[in-house]
Design a protein around this ligand. Sequence first.
Ligand code: CP3
Length: 362
Amino acid sequence: MTSPLKNDRFLRALRREPVDRTPVWLMRQAGRYLPEYRATRKAAGSFLGMAKNPEIACEVTLQPLRRFDLDAAILFSDILTIPDAMGLGLYFVEGEGPKFERTVRSAADAGRLDVPDMETELRYVMDAVRVIRRELGGSVPLIGFSGSPWTLACYMVEGGGSKDFARIKALALNDPATLHRLLAVNTDAVIAYLSAQRAAGAQALQVFDTWGGVLSPAMYREFSLPYLQRIARELPRTDASAGDAAQRTPLILFGKGNAAYLADLADSGAEGVGVDWLVELGEAAHRTQGKVALQGNLDPATLYGSPDAIRREVRRALDSYRDGNGGSRDGHVFNLGHGMSPDMNPDHVAVLVDEVHGYSAR
Ligand code: CP3
């Protein structure tokens, strides 16, 4: 478990230490765009069947690393494991995405929720982390993750994905106390979940606030930001015995549509902030003032472009970051601004990774 990492570029970038080239990983790097993933999924039967089997979760986590020179692995799981363990009954409908058998829409519903036990109800996640760490053998660091309290609440209230977030926004307007109760229990659960993943071996932690950007600024500042700030403050990331601040397990707060809040997120106490493609990286660096590492931010649709176009856009993003960061590549983790899609070409991912490493090494 304690074997030194062969490639610690990703962790060094998150600590804003010098790197020989910009590290890169991609949100949803494991998934349906890979034929080997589709084959494993077919044999396993279902997505949840894969996620709940630690050996299969490990195999699928490693698949993109066998093909591409990625600088980090991300646990193969889902953000909706927490509400599932709270008893809401997660299931997937082919072509429709995640659904819940039970929703949370009243004070009574919210009052019934409790933080799940991490080593029983969510043991399969911690077992997957332990198996993946062992199989990685120190090649690259392993990222653990969770949804944000707000993003989890979206699925719990809506009962699945949503286009307009009508039910949760109505709850925010009509019964904010119930929504705050739900967000508070989600926050406790996220902190316990990420702590348990860290204890099991996760070497960095990312919170996905996928739906924070659907809120008006006033609502974001009431229903999402304070809970992200509480996670950044309260999530334990050092070992009391080691006492070495440099070895903190970095926390990355990713948010779609978070450009207007980058200064607040940089002050949250998190080590990294993930940004989408609606803001220039140089501008994001300017707004965050070197207080955090930045992760991002290529438009995922760039992968539909030609290899030449992909290389050009990668160089543009790397240049933008350097421009906003005093000419240095340090403190940047290259990524997409959101996850990959099933119809993307794996060969284009190889081009992206090659250009990030090649161009940033200059
Ligand atoms: O990045 C990775 O490779 C790690 C694995 C990962 C998955 N989900 C696997 C998955 C991660 C980090 C997630 C997070 C997640 N899950 C988020 C936040 C990230 C984001 O994209 O903003 C959200 C909103 C979810 C909820 C969820 N789970 C959705 C919307 C879907 C897709 C449904 C569909 O049919 O497209 C899932 C299922 C899911 N989670 C898949 C994967 C690979 C597809 C499963 C399949 O059908 O094989």
